[in-house]
Design a protein around this ligand. Sequence first.
Ligand code: GDD
Ligand code: MG
Length: 363
Amino acid sequence: MLMQAVILVGGEGTRLRPLTYGTPKPMVPIMNVPFLARTMERLYEAGIREAILAAGYMPQAIVDYFGDGASLGMKVTYAIEETPLGTAGALKNVEEHITGAFFVLNGDIFTSLDLRAMLQYHKEKGGAGVLHLIRVEDPSAFGCVVHDESGRISAFVEKPPKDEAPTDEVNAGTYLLEREILEYIPAARAVSIERETFPDIIARGKQLYAYTTNDYWIDVGRPEQYLAAHRDVLSGAMPLAVEPGISGEGADALRGHPGVVPPVHAGPDVVVDASATIGPNLVLGAGCSIGADAAVKDSVLWDRVSVGAGAIIEEAIVASGATIGAHARVPRGSVIGHDVEIEPGTALEPGARVGAPQRGAPS
Ligand code: GDD
Ligand code: MG
């Protein structure tokens, strides 16, 4: 069955700044591949051949990478919002392209959800749509979804205060909707699907069903979650085709290196000094270099990051082209932006975010 998927990729990714000053959130790499490319692969595997990308923030980076989709064997269409239309307004905006029931994916969800099984569930249940749900410990950062035993949804409460959450089952950011849903979204203004459209549909007596699974699931929109996603791929908790131990195009250069503590994943042309210690839980992008006696673990370094002699990096994310000076300390929770230079000997505070908007980038 040929279905369409709309992927919501218009958010500014504020919680990932300064990374998202230079790279829009959907293009942030997971295991050295843009996150959105992983999502596209998942669609392809589910037999979906058409994706409509609802973009707005830094769309050019997305268009440049995917083009018309032919290299993926897919058709990719773009709808670029001048001003953000919200998560439902973005769907209304692509109404002319939608031909039938369609998937909607939040663009920052990393999951092993089986889309075919979800489609099957929708066929069994009927109704106006199905929402994928997962259970979380703290629902206050998500949309709480209340439903009865048959799965029928009776309430949708976006980001309730912690002690007021009606359930631990939350909106996992994948929907399968009938085209009629678009009729309930007002045109030409920003509309939130979570705060307006879902409650409205329920109030109209339309049937929306919950599809709760215990798949691997994470929203990579925050630094801690982004690091956790990498840890989970490296440990095998999130199934992705990655060899255990030392993996990636640059793996051969690291095998036999005495300072490598697996799991480590490395892109091509990585250079690690013989006296450096790297890993565990480390991902190195293409062309990274690690100097003498440096120690780097539990971190994700994008392409061409240079780490000076004796520098220490822990639980950090470092964007492309950044330089970490000799003997600098980049501790837990640090996020370093594109091309930033950390001076030799600098000791950053835990959770430091270093990097400013780039010239010409939207503010
Ligand atoms: N095109 C477009 N236009 N996309 C948008 C817009 C917009 O105006 N606003 C947000 N998006 C995209 C974001 O890029 C992201 O991929 C997705 O919509 C969700 O936005 P987030 O800003 O990441 O929302 P959230 O994580 O706080 O909450 C949402 O996701 C949770 C699951 O992770 C909600 O859907 C919650 O109900 C849900 O639990
Ligand atoms: Mg999100």
